[in-house]
Write a protein that binds this ligand. Structure first.
Ligand SMILES: Nc1ncnc2c1ncn2[C@@H]1O[C@H](COP(=O)(O)OP(=O)(O)OP(=O)(O)O)[C@@H](O)[C@H]1O
Ligand SMILES: [Mg+2]
Length: 167
């Protein structure tokens, strides 16, 4: 499956989607690109993703929010990269993004649309859009086979929840 959308009704639910995705990341080297307006829920989702990769809550709370790249040690190394304030090509180069993106760790990038690297061909895109009230629409799109499998995993998880406790 290539693409899949879900509505989140609260920050907890968005975090829950991040957690589900985190649990499905098994290999290392995965790239997750997040886009969406300010306050649309990207960081909230990353927090869940870190949980799904077994990063301790304290590590998350300790991490400075102004840092462009935060590293966590979970089941896999995680690089949380925020490109909002990065504008010039020179600043981008100084961040050595390739070292993170093409490493054994999971890279999750906020403002992924700011990334100038054409060599990133395979990744999972998660788009965040405001809907009514506290609702957000999350759209997952896979670029590459690995990510198609992951999206199928997310969808199956949703189905089994909807079927609920009847089993
Ligand atoms: N359904 C929802 N999903 C996620 N966040 C929600 C939702 N409803 C309300 N919120 C609130 O919206 C805000 C989302 O903030 P967050 O920092 O995750 O956004 P962001 O996309 O990372 O923004 P930025 O581009 O500034 O980094 C939080 O204050 C959160 O409580
Ligand atoms: Mg953010």
């Amino acid at each position: 499956m290539r693409s899949f959308s879900a509505i989140s009704r609260s920050s907890l639910e968005t975090r829950g989607w991040g957690k589900k995705l985190g649990r499905l990341l098994l290999k290392g080297g995965e790239i997750i690109g997040l886009t969406g307006e300010l306050g649309s829920g990207k960081t909230c989702f990353v927090r869940g993703l870190a949980e799904g990769l077994e990063v301790g809550e304290e590590a998350w709370i300790r991490s400075p929010s102004f840092t462009l790249i935060n590293e966590y040690d979970g089941r896999l190394p995680i690089y949380h990269i925020d490109l909002y304030r990065v504008s010039s090509q020179r600043e981008m180069e100084e961040l050595n993004l390739r070292e993170y993106l093409f490493s054994e760790g999971v890279s999750v990038v906020e403002w992924f649309d700011h990334l100038p690297l054409k060599e990133v061909e395979e990744y999972l895109h998660v788009a965040f859009a405001y809907a009514n009230g506290n609702k957000r629409k999350l759209t997952f799109t896979a670029y590459g086979n690995l990510y198609e499998e992951i999206i199928t995993g997310l969808r199956d998880d949703k189905r089994s929840r909807i079927k609920g406790f009847k089993g």
